[in-house]
Design a protein. Structure first.
Length: 330
């Protein structure tokens, strides 16, 4: 197989999730690597209590054609860890994923085949849900979407943003777009979502094609502690609040969201409360209310920020994001 790329780095940020990471690495043991292609897994230790390098030394990695390296980022926050992982890259392509995923053996190969069509595009792979317990009866497709499931997206669909747990971006494009915003994402300052959509939205805004590749499949592993109604309701509320609060500057923002007004959303919330619950399946009624509440609260915060003359901060990166070259573990 000949490809437009000769090497790839699989980037995984992790913190204190050894059992989940173990399953992820076990799945990557079966990953297909094209002949003559150079691939590497880069693990970013985001301040784990047991240093990841020590944990990894106790386990024998069986592959010589898919090496594993560890770099450290002590500042808490996924965006900080992503920016650390992007510095010093020596690969042509970055495959973004998480520490709670499993992979189809042809995950990487399928993405490389699609990138042959246009090496200057970025790809979103197909994400399915796997749970450590049987899916409860209230778990609907809308619940799956909150965990990143791509469901019925058509192959080659044009997108406005990429989901961070299964995306492929050429290094050249990463250097062009710059770092992740470190006030977004898990551990962000009260804005625990949208770091991937904001970052990839900047790619989209510059005219770079973002497309869906259904053949590049991985599986999001959902533990029992997250397969709870309360967790999903909070997640829906926080995600809607964050997207609403940031939408004034998110390049992925739709005109509908940009035209939002507080009173209109309050009326919409009141209307949702009056809808017969039997029109919804499973948890969908609760998620609808949580999403509308999140949008109302996000608009309130946007109004307060406007009155106070404050705006969400631009990307904060202590050191410039330079992906080329090599790096040593701190």
């Amino acid at each position: 197989m000949t490809t437009a790329f000769s090497s790839a780095t699989i980037l995984i940020c992790t913190r204190d999730r050894p059992e989940s990471l173990q399953r992820t690495l076990k799945s990557l043991e079966s990953l297909e690597i094209p002949a003559g292609f150079r691939a590497k897994i880069r693990l970013v230790d985001n301040g784990s209590r047991v240093p990841l390098a020590s944990w990894l030394e106790e386990r024998e990695w069986p592959r010589t054609d898919l090496s594993v390296e560890v770099v450290c980022e002590p500042r808490a926050g996924k965006s900080s860890a992503l920016n650390r992982g992007l510095r010093g890259l020596d690969a042509d392509l970055v495959a973004f994923t998480d520490d709670d995923m499993e992979f189809h053996p042809r995950w990487l190969t399928s993405a490389l085949e699609r990138l042959e069509e246009d090496p200057a595009q970025a790809l979103q792979g197909h994400i399915e849900i796997r749970s450590s317990i049987a899916l409860p009866t209230w778990f609907t497709p809308r619940c799956a979407l909150l965990f990143g499931a791509t469901l019925d997206l058509p192959d080659r669909a044009e997108l406005r943003g990429l989901i961070g747990c299964n995306s492929f971006v050429p290094r050249e494009l990463i250097e062009r777009i710059g770092p992740f915003r470190e006030d977004l994402g898990p551990q962000g300052r009260r804005l625990g979502y949208s770091e991937d959509m904001e970052w990839s939205g900047r790619l989209h805004q510059t005219g770079i094609p973002l497309r869906f590749c259904r053949q590049a499949v991985n599986y999001h592993l959902i533990e029992a502690d997250r397969m709870r109604q309360g967790f999903l309701l909070r997640r829906q509320f926080d995600q809607s609040r964050t997207e609403t609060l940031l939408d004034g500057m998110l390049p992925t923002g739709s005109q509908r969201w940009k035209d939002q007004n507080l009173f209109g959303e309050v009326r919409g919330l009141a209307g949702a409360l009056c809808k017969p619950r039997k029109r919804f399946q499973g948890l969908d009624y609760g998620l609808e209310l949580a999403a509308r509440l999140g949008r109302v609260w996000g608009l309130v915060q946007r109004r307060l920020k406007s009155l106070l003359g404050t705006r969400p901060e631009p990307p904060r990166e202590e050191r410039p994001l330079t992906t080329s070259g090599t790096t040593k573990n701190p």
